[in-house]
Write a protein that binds this ligand. Structure first.
Ligand SMILES: O=c1ccn([C@@H]2O[C@H](COP(=O)(O)OP(=O)(O)O[C@H]3O[C@H](CO)[C@H](O)[C@H](O)[C@H]3O)[C@@H](O)[C@H]2O)c(=O)[nH]1
Length: 330
């Protein structure tokens, strides 16, 4: 079986490609390398170009008429950038995806798995997030993802597509076999900042200590990127039962456990042996207390459950930092 992975040279797309290969599925990658990296294409058939390029899409399907499912993870993903440059985000994430869907329909590919995000949800008082919570994104980035869910819902009905939106919570870690991981050396997310603080011997700035959470710090659901990748394989394998023609389905992918900033600092100390001191600071602009996923729907639909722990995610992130130069050559 073949799958087309749009954005397959990025962090999550390349992990999905690895999980497909391990399961006997052939990934065909389409990536414009705007944030993806060529080194993640080793051993994979790839087309370099834009997902909106109709000539290129026709060529991909001419060469591979047996592509069964398209997994769409091609997107810009940095929330603060999306606030500064909303038009770029709407163009790259929404307008170009419309062209992609058009090209898929024309080429007869009617099964789509879309990389969505927990950022489509608004804040809940209970902190637990299930799929019944209405979309209320708080950033242009989140809105691009929510818009595309609407576009896929309408397209499913109009063109008989099966469209499955997988809403990722906060991915961490790397491929356990270290073929791929985060491209950026210094990610700005919490675990990235923590690793940086440990390396430089500086304190971690805790942005917000007065949130309505158990210790006052922000809570998130950190899910191992390999668990995310495995979910796509399971969804591909069972696609028609999960998402028959004409249907749009959304499912959360998270660990199901909330982890506060201070709990992450503790888990990091346990895994790395380095206890990073913390420095309380003001909340980041536009930040939220956060929450964590219910993932029962993904389990009911395609038998998925998270299998790797927070500690596994931290450990694999640290192993990837060691392996990264030999993979990326920098
Ligand atoms: O140096 C830091 C960095 C983060 N935090 C705190 O750690 C928690 C998690 O912050 P992250 O930035 O790791 O995660 P977010 O969920 O806030 O945002 C991330 O996930 C989003 C998707 O949900 C987007 O992808 C976004 O770009 C990405 O940063 C928050 O409470 C934040 O205030 C700190 O205390 N110190």
């Amino acid at each position: 079986m073949k799958v087309l992975i749009v954005g397959g040279a990025g962090y999550i797309g390349s992990s999905i490609a690895s999980a497909c290969l391990d399961d006997g599925i052939t990934p065909i990658v389409l990536d414009n390398l705007s944030t993806g990296v060529e080194a993640f294409l080793t051993g994979r058939e790839a087309y370099i170009g834009d997902m909106a390029d109709q000539v290129l899409l026709d060529k991909v399907f001419h060469d591979h008429p047996d592509i069964a499912v398209t997994i769409h993870c091609g997107a810009l993903i940095v929330v603060p950038d999306s606030v500064r440059e909303p038009l770029r985000y709407y163009r790259e994430n929404v307008a170009k995806s419309v062209e992609l869907v058009d090209g898929l329909v024309r080429n007869g590919c009617r099964r789509i798995i879309f990389s969505s995000t927990a950022a489509v949800y608004g804040q809940t008082d209970s902190l637990v997030v299930d799929e019944s919570l209405p979309a209320a994104p708080s950033s242009p980035y989140g809105r691009t993802k929510a818009m595309l869910e609407d576009i896929l819902r309408d397209s499913a009905e109009a063109f008989g597509l099966g469209a499955l939106a997988l809403r990722y919570f906060n991915p961490i870690g790397a491929d356990p076999r270290l073929r791929t991981g985060l491209q950026t050396r210094r990610p700005t997310h919490l675990l990235g900042r923590l690793i940086e603080a440990a390396e430089t011997g500086t304190p971690l700035t805790v942005t917000g200590v007065d949130w309505p959470t158990r210790d006052g710090t922000g809570i998130r659901d950190y899910v191992h990127v390999w668990d995310l990748a495995r979910a796509h394989v399971a969804a591909v394998r069972g696609f028609d039962a999960v998402c028959p023609p004409g249907s749009f389905v959304a499912a959360n992918l998270g660990s199901g456990a909330g982890c506060t900033v201070l709990e992450m600092v503790e888990a990091f100390a346990e895994v790395s042996g380095v206890r990073v001191p913390v420095e309380p600071a003001a909340r980041r602009k536009g930040d939220v207390p956060g929450g964590y996923a219910r993932w029962d729907r993904a389990h009911a639909l395609f038998g998925w459950r998270p299998t790797l722990t927070l500690q596994d995610g931290i450990r694999d992130a640290l192993r990837w930092i060691e392996a990264r130069p030999s993979v990326l050559g920098d």
